[in-house]
Write a protein that binds this ligand. Structure first.
Ligand SMILES: Nc1ncnc2c1ncn2[C@@H]1O[C@H](COP(=O)(O)OP(=O)(O)OP(=O)(O)O)[C@@H](O)[C@H]1O
Ligand SMILES: [Mg+2]
Length: 251
């Protein structure tokens, strides 16, 4: 299980989450995406069957194992499921009570056995929703663009992982830093090299390039692996390699 995090919005958390979900599913692994973002972009991207409950209901209820009741199938096909997000999650961005960051972990207990790959798409902040993800997952994947703020953003995300480890989840590890939307420019090469220098063990290969097929997949609510658009198959291959690097790093 991986929590996909970043402080900054729009760097590609949801795209990376869905890309990794698509290749895991395509490889025959039962896959679950948990959408903790009030924007619910992962939910739209996965085109779910009709559902009654969302992560907001799961967090509100908080009973052990209750998350199982909120699992809904994606119309991508058999073997990929979702716990949907919704706008009302906005009201859960702040801590409420001493165990507020542990609600997701408790609710997920015992509901995940049939899944090989579980990805939690987080909102672009390190608030209570992300803290819930960091308390529930054994590893966190940091997403960044190769920008001026990337170093600082990665550092703060790593700090948040440390804080969550100490507070709620002693086994939590960084799964690495995915650099997304890389273009062939000297600025991007410079920022990528800078990140690699600062975090040689953590920057993951391959970086994910900027490709219109990524937006096309989200727009079509389709897996990147199933698109004919130019670049989609390249991206699918890169996601497969990225998943292998992540797995290797965690094993
Ligand atoms: N590698 C890429 N190439 C081209 N477009 C991309 C790429 N990655 C993401 N995008 C586009 O950038 C936009 C933001 O991506 P995405 O929604 O995945 O980011 P996010 O970090 O989840 O955003 P938020 O913080 O709002 O949740 C989307 O329109 C998406 O299609
Ligand atoms: Mg997102």
């Amino acid at each position: 299980m991986l929590a996909v995090i970043s402080l900054k919005g729009g760097v590609g958390k949801t795209s990376i989450c869905l890309g990794l979900a698509a290749t895991a599913w395509k490889a025959g692994h039962r896959t679950l995406v948990i959408d903790l973002d009030p924007q619910a972009n992962a939910t739209s991207g996965l085109d779910p069957e009709p559902y009654e409950f969302t992560t907001n209901d799961v967090l509100a209820d908080g009973r052990a194992g209750i998350a199982a009741e909120a699992i809904v199938a994606s119309k991508w096909g058999p073997g990929i499921d979702l716990i949907a997000g919704e706008r009302a999650l906005e009201h859960r961005a702040h801590a409420e009570g001493p165990d507020s960051a542990l609600r997701l972990r408790t609710a997920l207990a015992g509901s995940l056995d049939r899944y090989h790959t579980i990805l939690i798409d987080c909102p672009p902040s390190l608030g209570e929703l992300t803290r819930n993800a960091l308390a529930a997952a054994p590893a966190a994947l940091i997403v960044t663009e190769p920008s001026y703020f990337a170093l600082q953003g990665a550092e703060q995300a790593l700090e948040a992982i440390e804080v969550a480890r100490a507070a709620t989840n002693l086994g939590l590890r960084p799964a690495g830093i995915v650099v997304n939307r890389v273009r062939r420019s000297s600025e991007h090469s410079f920022r990528l090299a800078e990140l690699r220098r600062a975090y040689p063990q953590l920057v993951l290969d391959p970086p994910i390039p900027d490709r219109t097929a990524m937006a096309a997949a989200q727009g079509a609510a389709a897996p990147i692996t199933g698109l004919r658009a130019t670049g989609a198959q390249d991206l699918a291959r890169l996601f497969t390699e990225l998943a292998a690097t992540i797995e290797e790093g965690l094993s």
